[in-house]
Design a protein around this ligand. Structure first.
Ligand code: GLC
Length: 435
């Protein structure tokens, strides 16, 4: 698995803590469960149909340019970090930058968004009345409510506005020693409960609460820290104002979908639970001026591997201190949008299958009246036949780009003869139209 260049032990542990067995059922997934919190498939359908989201990590850490863990990793003391926030004056207004982010999401074909409202550094990106020591963008720094601007822009673009929130906050000594410093740990918990209800009630509807960092002292799993956070009560409270809010498993509650974090290859069979692959299109979540960005073929490979295993993909970008999305990311998102403009029917509103994916060779998804084969390597795919259920009637097989493909069904096997000279990458799509 890929370890990002400057990741420290705690960051790596944070990345790994929610990894789950791809073959596992809900019962085997980590975290507390409660039947009254479980949503049914129809309440998740919009999210599964959407397939692709935009993730935004933007906070005062962008000024440091060392990723979103800078406060902790660079050993900032609270006063100097606060000074950085107090003197922060992004060149773009909240409305301008949100508009830019959402315009790009739309152009890229991303159908939902999640913005970091407060990361582990404790800096709230909205006009929070319950922030410890009033550490908010409104009262300490730019004087703007970025969450308000973001949800407003999302609504104007008809893009569901998810919110990321980290209950843990490095500013509290009780985070690092919750049993030794219970008052501080309790104060941190109280901040989280109150801030979450502000977000749920004043910025809703909130379709997704993307919990992160429900752990303690950088140790154990999120579920191990449930004795403090009491995630079931927290999630129940949030659902009172937002009855179909989706949760990640990182509060300690099992959640509505699993997270697979990082740009490591997606492998294994189709998964039996809803899940989301999340990674940054560069090496860090938060802004770094000289970051390396992914190429479109690399991105498409993740996309195909994810959707053919029934996952969603949320793509992160870290805007610069002025709120601008770095140029290489803009270019990449635009290329993705162009690709999706031609191939989107083989992505959106599909579900994985009929066939199990074969790593580096192909995968498949099913849409309303068609099955789509995503072929990653035409040479390796050539010559194979696939199980064909007797109940299906094939009307036509063709490349999504147009030309027909010869398809032969011999009893329960389908064979396809691909045209010669197909490019090896990134993705050749065959549409099997059904009657
Ligand atoms: C990790 C990191 C965090 C990042 C998150 C996104 O948990 O601690 O910095 O926001 O992953 O998935």
């Amino acid at each position: 698995m890929a370890v990002e260049p400057e990741m420290n032990g705690a960051e790596l542990a944070s990345k790994l803590k929610s990894q789950v067995d791809p073959a596992g059922s809900r019962a085997a997934l980590p975290g507390l469960d409660a039947s009254d919190l479980q949503l049914d498939e129809s309440q998740l359908a919009w999210w599964r149909d959407a397939k692709l989201g935009l993730f935004i990590h933007w906070g005062v850490y962008a000024r440091i340019g060392q990723g979103e863990w800078a406060y902790f990793n660079q050993h900032y003391d609270e006063t100097s970090y606060r000074e950085l926030a107090r003197t922060w004056r992004p060149a773009l207004s909240a409305a301008e930058m949100s508009q830019g982010w959402l315009d790009l999401a739309e152009e890229a074909g991303l159908k939902y968004a999640v913005m970091v409202t407060r990361h582990h550094d404790g800096y709230s990106m909205w006009d929070s009345q319950n922030s410890w020591k009033d550490f908010t963008t409104v009262r300490c720094g730019p004087g703007e409510d970025y969450v308000r601007a973001y949800v407003t822009a999302c609504r104007a673009h008809r893009i569901p506005a998810g919110l990321y929130y980290s209950p843990m906050d490095w500013r509290f000594p009780g985070y690092f020693d919750p049993r030794g410093l219970p008052d501080s740990a309790q104060a941190m918990k109280q901040q989280a409960c109150r801030q979450l209800s502000e977000l749920a009630q004043n910025y809703g509807p909130v379709p997704i609460m993307w919990f992160d960092g429900g752990w303690l002292a950088h140790q154990g799993t999120d579920a191990d820290a449930a004795w403090l956070w009491d995630p079931l009560t927290l999630c129940r409270q949030l659902r009172q104002s937002n009855p179909t809010m989706l949760f990640t498993p990182r509060s300690g509650y099992k959640g509505d979908f699993q997270c697979e974090e990082g740009a490591d290859p997606v492998t294994g069979p189709i998964r039996s639970y809803p899940w989301e692959k999340c990674f940054s299109v560069s090496s860090a979540w938060g802004y770094r001026p000289d970051d390396q960005y992914m190429s479109l073929p690399q991105l498409l490979r993740h996309l195909v591997d994810t959707i053919c295993r029934d996952g969603n993909l949320i793509l992160n970008v870290g805007p610069d201190p002025d709120g601008r999305i770095p140029e290489p990311a803009v270019n990449l998102f635009r290329q993705l949008g162009q690709w999706l403009a031609h191939n989107g029917e083989a992505v959106y509103q599909t579900r994985a299958g009929l066939w199990q994916p074969e790593e580096g060779v192909f995968g498949s998804v099913t849409g309303r009246q068609a099955i789509y084969l995503h072929i990653l390597n035409p040479d390796r795919f050539a010559g194979r036949s696939l199980d064909w259920p007797a109940s299906l009637r094939l009307r036509r097989a063709a490349l999504l780009s147009g030309p027909a493909v010869q398809a032969d069904i011999d009893r329960d096997r389908l064979s396809l003869i691909l045209p010669a000279g197909l490019p090896p990458a990134p993705d050749t799509i065959i549409k099997l139209e059904l009657d």
